[in-house]
Ligand binder design. Structure first.
Ligand code: BGC
Length: 463
């Protein structure tokens, strides 16, 4: 009997991880899919550079709107219904983009998809952290980031397959299949006991906890803990207005996410085929295969990062990562500069690909996972929801800005100088990291909060 219960609880937790993982996968699929589809969409609708940028960045606009509003939606409707809303929007947005009869319909569908991504990027990690046992919390959140990179990779592979016939509509439409899978899985999910308890629904919260726990004692203890933590009321906005130290933490989270995006990593992911075209890979097939290699590198480097981030510490990893991206974008710019100046040696194109992969690796092993981890660690408990919502929204707004300016920058300054602009920014980020970012490895969240509230310098709040 006891064994059967343990087995059932294990299965339920696995199912929860699977469903939230699908949300991460969709997040990645939607980020990844556009790079391969864009060249065909551009030809089909005869798009200018400005409109191409909008096709890429309207999704980020939707995601920024989604992450601003989701705090409220997920509080009102609960995590489960929010995920369901997200899944429905994923389906509508994918089908709408696939059948777009004009550019306006495509842009509207992209905003809808973005809204779904905004919901997924806020609710799924939150749901996971609320449904997991505390020993597994960190692992589950890294697993979610891993699913995002896997989604990007799968999108690149599917784009490559459909690029042979130029089938951009299928590239965009096929994403509705995992979205349907998400919809069906979410039906089977229990609501978060923490959310139910916050709404005063203790009986149902307890029943779900019993289903997830291996014994009634464990379920009772967990409910007790939830009740304790609910005593800490979320007062993000009022604390933000009143307390200078809370503001410092919120601004630090926003700075971290802005730095993550202005590394230029997503420019490489969104515009990879165009970059490879500049590097001299003339045919679409070569460009698409090089793009798949980018996705694979990103996923593998994230896997390594998951294993090292708790051992090496956040600050050295971030410093080395930004320095690596600065070096990578500098050399990539140099290669592209030489190619444009008429040097057509094959080794320059190969070096350009190597530098692209080096830049991706430097990001995936540092700013990719570390920024998300730091953002959840530095916010004081009472304003954590508010702080994380501010930093997540900053991520999407910055993401939109870089997506919306890349081609304009290329037209204005040329591709080499555009990458050198990212080089300069990454050098600045090395300096910011040394001066402002704390080391939080192995320090309890309570200690970080106390240091922050005592007014210690930001870079010292982890000491
Ligand atoms: C970033 C995304 C990025 C992804 C790449 C995430 O941490 O927030 O913008 O596309 O990493 O793997």
């Amino acid at each position: 009997m006891a064994e059967e219960r343990i087995e059932k609880a294990k299965q339920m937790r696995m199912f929860i991880t699977f469903a939230a993982g699908i949300a991460g996968l969709l997040f990645g699929l939607d980020i990844g899919v556009i790079s391969g589809a864009l060249p065909f969409i551009t030809t089909h609708f005869e798009l200018t550079s400005r409109l191409q940028e909008w096709v890429v960045s309207t999704m980020m606009l939707g995601a920024a709107l989604g992450s601003i509003t989701t705090g409220w939606i997920s509080y009102k409707l609960g995590r489960k219904k929010s995920l369901m809303t997200g899944a429905a929007l994923f389906i509508l947005g994918s089908i709408g983009s696939a059948f777009a009869i004009n550019i306006v319909m495509l842009l509207i569908s992209r905003v809808m998809l973005g809204f779904a991504v905004g919901i997924a990027s806020y609710v799924a990690p939150l749901y996971l952290s609320e449904m997991s046992e505390k020993e597994n919390r960190g692992k589950l959140i890294s697993m979610y980031q891993m699913m995002v990179t896997l989604g990007i990779l799968l999108a690149f592979i599917s784009d490559t397959i459909f690029s042979y016939g130029g089938h951009w509509r299928i590239m965009l439409g096929i994403i509705s299949l995992p979205a349907l899978l998400l919809m069906f899985s979410v039906f089977g999910l229990p609501d978060s006991p923490r959310w139910l308890a916050s709404k005063g629904n203790f009986v149902q919260a307890k029943n779900i906890l019993k289903m997830l726990s291996t014994s009634d004692e464990k379920a009772d203890a967990e409910l007790q803990e939830i009740n304790e933590s609910l005593k800490v009321k979320q007062e993000g906005w009022s604390l933000f207005k009143e307390n200078k130290n809370v503001r410092r933490a919120v601004y630090l989270g926003m700075l971290l996410q802005a730095m993550q995006q202005f590394t230029g990593m997503n420019v490489i992911l969104y515009y990879a085929p165009q970059i490879f075209k500049h590097a001299g890979f003339a045919n679409t097939e070569q460009q698409m295969i090089a793009t798949v290699i980018c996705g694979l590198t990103n996923a593998c480097a994230t896997l390594i990062a998951m294993k090292t981030v708790d051992k090496q510490g956040r600050k050295p990893i971030l410093t080395i990562g930004f320095a690596g991206i600065a070096a990578g974008t500098f050399l990539l710019g140099l290669c592209l500069y030489m190619i444009n100046a008429g040097f057509d040696a094959i080794w320059i194109s190969i070096l350009a690909v190597i530098m692209t992969l080096f830049t991706i690796t430097s990001f995936a092993m540092s700013a990719g996972p570390v920024v998300w981890i730091l953002c959840s660690e530095i916010q004081p408990l009472k304003s954590r929801d508010f702080g994380v919502a501010c930093s997540t929204t900053t991520n999407w707004i910055a993401n939109m800005l870089i997506g919306a300016t890349f081609l304009t920058l290329i037209n204005q300054f040329g591709i080499a100088v555009t990458f050198w602009i990212y080089t300069v920014l990454n050098i600045l980020f090395v300096i910011f990291t040394i001066l402002l970012i704390p080391e939080t490895k192995g320090i309890s969240l309570e200690k970080i909060e106390k240091n922050l509230m005592d007014g210690k310098r930001l870079r010292d709040i982890g000491n």
